[in-house]
Ligand binder design. Structure first.
Ligand SMILES: Cc1cc2nc3c(=O)[nH]c(=O)nc-3n(C[C@H](O)[C@H](O)[C@H](O)COP(=O)(O)O)c2cc1C
Length: 176
């Protein structure tokens, strides 16, 4: 989908519609095999991960959202820039995305309770997903509910393969 990775010159490259063709064909094939209500898609409009730098990521995000809305997809997952150092998504995009897709929107990326509450209360997303803070805090919902502090993530252990950094983060009231 990205202008920085899609260098094709056939009907799957070039224009925004062409770059969206393949992912939408995949979505349609999955819907055919299952059903739209149980299919979701994740988009990352401004992501810089892996050297990506999309010239029209926001426009593409809204285009895809409209096409998925037509298909009545189960949910649209919005991956927001954070550790990949992309810029913050602005409220204007959130508002337009909400207008484009009337199904369930799930947002993720650098959320804390305050940011989550703001996005939910404005109706810009229906649910917020937490990644790194959940890895480091097995009892994250309980902590957010009472405003407790969070264990810091130990990023060097993320892909560790053992119990360290996987099952040894302490829950409230339980030492490591
Ligand atoms: C260990 C790890 C692996 C991840 N793998 C993927 C992945 O395969 N695909 C993807 O879209 N996002 C992946 N992510 C990104 C998360 O889904 C999420 O968008 C990101 O961590 C930002 O949310 P957070 O700030 O709550 O962690 C991964 C994140 C982590 C920490």
């Amino acid at each position: 989908m990205s202008t920085s990775s899609n260098l094709r010159s056939d009907e799957y490259g070039g224009s925004l519609e062409n770059r969206a063709r393949f992912p939408l064909e995949v979505v349609d094939a999955v819907i055919d095999a299952w059903d739209a209500a149980h299919v979701g898609m994740r988009i990352s409009p401004l992501i810089k991960f892996g050297g990506l730098d999309d010239a029209d990521g926001l426009e593409m995000g809204l285009y895809i959202a409209e096409r998925l809305n037509e298909r009545e997809l189960g949910y649209l997952h919005l991956s927001e820039p954070d550790w990949a150092e992309g810029p913050e998504l602005d409220d204007d995009f959130r508002i337009k995305l909400r207008e484009a897709f009337s199904g369930v929107i799930i947002a993720a990326g650098g959320y804390d309770a305050t940011k989550a509450q703001r996005v939910l209360e404005n109706g810009w997303a229906d649910a917020i997903a937490f990644g790194k803070s959940f890895i480091a805090n097995p009892d994250l919902p309980a902590r957010l509910a009472i405003g407790a502090g969070l264990n810091p993530l130990r990023p060097e252990l993320i892909y560790g393969g053992g119990s360290a950094g996987y099952t040894d983060y302490p829950a409230l009231g339980r030492s490591a």
